[in-house]
Design a protein around this ligand. Sequence first.
Ligand SMILES: Cc1cc2nc3c(=O)[nH]c(=O)nc-3n(C[C@H](O)[C@H](O)[C@H](O)COP(=O)(O)OP(=O)(O)OC[C@H]3O[C@@H](n4cnc5c(N)ncnc54)[C@H](O)[C@@H]3O)c2cc1C
Length: 458
Amino acid sequence: MPGQTSQKRALPAVMIVGGGLGGLLMATLLERADIPYHIYERAGELRALGSIMTLGANVLPVFEQLGLLEEFERISKPVPSLDFYTSDIQKLGSLDLKEFKAASGYSNYIFARPRLYEMLRKQVPSHKVSLNKRVVRIEETHNKVTIFCEDESSYSGDILIGADGAYSSVRQSIFKQMDERGLLPASDSENLSIGFISMVGVSHPKNPEKYPQLQDTLGHYSQVLGNDSRAWGVFSAADNQISWMLSSQLTAEEANEKRFSNAEWGPEANQAMLNEFADMACPWGGKMSDIFEDTPKHLISKVFLEEKMFKTWYYGRTVLMGDACHKMFPGAGQGAVNAFQDAVVLANCLYVMEDKDPNTITAAFQEYYRQRFDRANYQYNQSSYMSKTQSGQTWANRALRYAFLNYTPTVFQRTLYRWTCEYRPLVSWLPMIENRGTVPVLPQQGPTKLVVEKSVAL
Ligand SMILES: Cc1cc2nc3c(=O)[nH]c(=O)nc-3n(C[C@H](O)[C@H](O)[C@H](O)COP(=O)(O)OP(=O)(O)OC[C@H]3O[C@@H](n4cnc5c(N)ncnc54)[C@H](O)[C@@H]3O)c2cc1C
């Protein structure tokens, strides 16, 4: 019933900093709820970058509620297993995903990140997005919060959502204020920990005669684990495109050395890393350079893969979501999933605000944190474990991988399935989606009314 409450209550004006995947889904939900919002994005255009991603039962019911599931299925392929190879392309083992469909009612899908980005971008009217707005500082007074941008413009609203990624300026700004007041937990002032350096891209459509994997209606996920600290892989995207990924695990010293380099996703002069992997065998035949050569250079991104779980997610009128408050390694494919779940739960909490009083804002943020922190923390730990299992190249990582791919008892895998499938927060004001899987899903959490403590001051 979008808009139903809008006549009855004073709606907060929401500013979203960051038009990434999380910020775009947040905006889509506020658009559907008729809550006023605006996105401020530092990039000059909303560019679709990145490579392979997977999504499944924790998020697809929300796409179904929003009427986006069919479009999503057109840009993706169901993936039955994750396959791992040695550098001479001998199969090391597989992670079987087929049971997910029966357990949850949804397949796991594999797709090129730029396609999902395009899909979400279309949901947000362009006049509600301001580009070239790099937020450098925020300030809060009793009745509003203000963002200050690099171009010297400033904007004010009732609520600020920091969806500005791992190096969030919004987070840095509130943490500075909290630190000055002695309110910041010590661990929140520590750096993110860098584990891998990675490069990703999506090729132009390739010839399916040469790569028969592309003819398959099912997706292929083929990752090679080299003999040294390197790993690389190819993954089938829709429309005969090939997503690819290269990664090198960093030692603690290397990570410290690189900490001050550019650590964000974005195309750069990447030739050195491409050269380093050019002669590596592609698991689908030929060399990796055959695929690099067919990838538009401006769509290749290099990034340090890092992790950190922040304890503080909100302060005053400002709340964080996505990578800004929990940066996960990509191994379990949970970065975007958790950003989307944050968006859903936060939107549900904003939807039930009866007024825009500071105490009501605090109550909404508290409820969001209560519902999300433990779940995100669990996925953070899973992501760390899975990344090391899949791509880690230390002796301990290899032993873990061997055991996981060959000896992990089915009962353990099923527990993992259950934990993954049972949690699927839905948009509270749209019709619910029935559970079509065998794993019971957790009841929808979330208040129809917020508990507002009048003593809480912003
Ligand atoms: C370009 C890109 C490519 C990626 N590719 C992959 C991939 O191939 N596979 C994978 O598993 N994960 C990938 N990720 C990570 C994954 O998409 C994220 O974990 C997940 O989507 C979380 O999204 P988010 O919205 O929290 O942050 P992000 O997706 O990082 O979005 C943050 C947004 O905020 C903007 N921003 C940052 N600072 C400011 C500022 N000061 N002012 C205004 N705007 C600002 C950024 O430009 C960006 O648009 C990628 C992320 C990005 C940004």
